[in-house]
Design a protein around this ligand. Structure first.
Ligand SMILES: C[S@@+](CC[C@H](N)C(=O)[O-])C[C@H]1O[C@@H](n2cnc3c(N)ncnc32)[C@H](O)[C@@H]1O
Length: 260
């Protein structure tokens, strides 16, 4: 979908985006795990020579942006999004945080100089693009990242979504259109990003039930189980791929999931 079409889609849908996507109680636990994962990864970055700048592309209504700005008060936190409707909500959410800057624009042409960013974050964003679009985006991210910078990109996990796809197909009797490119395999992500990639699960299928049974603790326990028990990765729904800046040397990456 083109940038203009996304902007048009979110002009209308943007008003009920949060209600649709994040209102359920188990999604609060997910939001916290997602932000904590991103923040602790960036805290591990050596930043003596850093720009002290984080960019979140497709930042939407600013949920992660707000958490980043609060965790890194001396850094500049830039959110870029194609939709004014989404950014207006982000603006309201981060109004009290002076280190946030919001930009209406495209993630594949970020108006910042080369090597001027420590970390680039994208959540619930990369799945919007086909493989060629993802490749173009990663090229832009590498241009922006300083040497030793970090990419933190969230993806949906293929097995759970393959199952959902098959069930939907059986129930609806028509194939949903976006299965393959929406959910790349971890091997495909390693080949996209190059080098070492760390995969950190942030949400598991069935969290709604676990929340009903045990609240936030129940959700965390279930996620931890999926993370550590053999075969548990099959139940992971969303994860963050964390990659240091690739130096272009083409060294072999690893598709083995490593966890914090
Ligand atoms: C599914 S929403 C995710 C929003 C937010 N990251 C979240 O997790 O709640 C995708 C966002 O990406 C934005 N978007 C889509 N294509 C874009 C592009 N090429 N450049 C910048 N933002 C884009 C949309 O406007 C929308 O706000």
């Amino acid at each position: 979908m083109s940038l203009a079409r996304y902007a048009a889609k979110y002009r209308i849908y943007g008003h009920r985006y949060e209600r649709d996507r994040y209102a359920a109680p188990h999604m609060q636990a997910y939001q916290k795990t997602r932000s904590d994962t991103i923040i602790t990864s960036i805290q591990r970055l050596g930043h003596q020579n850093g720009a002290r700048r984080i960019v979140e592309v497709g930042c939407g209504t600013g949920i992660v942006l707000r958490d980043l700005a609060a965790a890194f008060p001396d850094w500049e936190i830039i959110g870029i999004d194609a939709s004014r409707t989404m950014l207006d909500q982000a603006r309201r959410r981060t109004a009290a945080l002076p280190n946030v800057r919001l930009v209406v624009g495209s993630a594949d042409a970020v108006p910042l100089p080369d090597s001027s960013v420590d970390a680039i974050v994208a959540v619930r964003f990369m799945h919007l693009f086909r493989p060629s679009g993802r490749k173009r985006l990663v090229g832009e991210f590498r241009r922006l990242l300083r040497d030793g910078g970090m990419l933190l990109l969230e993806f949906y996990n293929r097995p759970v979504h393959m199952l959902r796809y098959i069930l939907l197909m059986l129930c609806m009797r028509r194939p949903p259109s976006t299965y393959q490119h929406h959910y790349p395999t971890r091997r495909e992500i390693v080949s996209l990003l190059g080098g070492e990639v760390r995969f950190v699960p942030v949400r598991a299928a069935g969290s709604r039930l676990w929340h009903a049974l045990g609240g936030d603790k129940g959700v965390q326990m279930w996620l931890e189980t999926c993370r550590t028990v053999p075969g548990g990765w099959l139940f992971v729904d969303e994860y963050i791929a964390v990659s240091g800046q690739h130096n272009g040397s083409g060294e072999a990456g690893t598709a083995r999931p490593t966890v914090r």
